[in-house]
Design a protein around this ligand. Structure first.
Ligand code: URA
Length: 289
């Protein structure tokens, strides 16, 4: 018998599954949906057994959930914002992200990827999400696209390994966990991750932001335009997440193509080169007195 509390937990669990895009149950054997007639093909005890198994699995899943598991997107976003706002240092923020149970990617990823580079740098770059190598090492942009990024930044004399804030960069991503198979993050995953990256930016207080790729640019500028429309101009970045503070100084932000895209489309490198020169020019004019 399922009591009211269990029933309500199961309904919330189903809601969570639906929010993650799970819209059906998988059984052990494939069923031909064109010919399947449950009443005729399955004697009712078999059907009942199947139902019992599914209910048992659901119960086990619910019981295995830690106490503070967030089962709906709205609840997860609220908790993400609460935790992000509580974090008053980068260490506290990294710990908050690690403890947060409201993003299913945490279960499939190998390591959390928080940041790399110099937190005192005047430039902060935000990418999309870790890929396989980043997931293995727990560091952003260390795979093939990261190596290209380092070469691009090197052309304007910027490096993640520099101590001098004028020559260094601090790097993070919208998502801290790798989406399986490097798929594009879902809108729900981006939404629930935004309070963390926006708090991350608030704590680092960069003088300039590089939004690397369409996902980062759209998410942090709150705009639904393509990266080709968002690049080639300066934006004033202010937090998109409501509740992160209204009284914030806008940060100049430039959007550019993602190095993964450049690996597939090298002819666009000249546009990124133009973006880097615009960045260098901006820094020389506005940040070096
Ligand atoms: N792509 C990203 O957007 N971020 C990484 O850290 C690696 C690849």
């Amino acid at each position: 018998m399922v009591n009211t509390q269990m029933r309500s937990k199961m309904i919330t669990a189903l809601q969570w599954y639906a929010d993650q895009g799970v819209d059906g149950c998988v059984v052990d054997n494939a069923i031909n949906k064109l010919t399947f007639k449950p009443e005729e093909s399955l004697p009712s005890p078999v059907y009942e057994k199947l139902h019992q198994n599914i209910m048992e699995q659901a119960r086990n899943t619910v019981e295995a959930l830690p106490d503070r598991t967030f089962l709906g997107k709205a609840e997860a976003c609220e908790e993400a914002l609460r935790l992000a706002m509580q974090a008053d240092s980068l260490e506290a923020l990294a710990q908050a992200i690690k403890n947060f149970e409201g993003i299913a990617l945490k279960k499939t990823a190998g390591n959390m990827v928080f940041s790399a580079g110099n937190p005192k740098a005047r430039i902060m770059l935000v990418g999309e999400a870790p890929e396989a190598e980043e997931d293995r090492q727990g560091l952003p942009f260390v795979g093939e696209s990261g190596q290209l990024l380092d070469r691009i930044l090197g052309c304007i004399d910027i490096s993640r390994n520099e101590n001098d804030p004028q020559k260094s960069i601090y790097i993070s991503n919208i998502l801290n966990w790798r989406p399986p198979g490097n798929r594009t993050p879902s809108p729900a995953e981006i939404e629930v991750s935004l309070p963390f990256i926006e708090r991350h930016i608030q704590l680092v207080k960069p003088k300039v932001l590089i939004l690397c790729g369409g996902v980062a640019a759209k998410a942090l500028l709150g705009q639904d335009k393509s990266i080709s429309k968002l690049r080639n101009c300066w934006h004033d970045y202010v937090p998109v997440t409501r509740g992160l503070g209204d009284d914030v100084e806008p940060i100049p932000a430039i959007a550019t193509y993602h190095p993964s895209y450049l690996l597939r489309t090298p002819r666009q490198k000249k546009l990124v080169w133009a973006d880097m020169l615009a960045l260098q020019n901006f820094c020389q004019k506005n940040l070096e007195h």
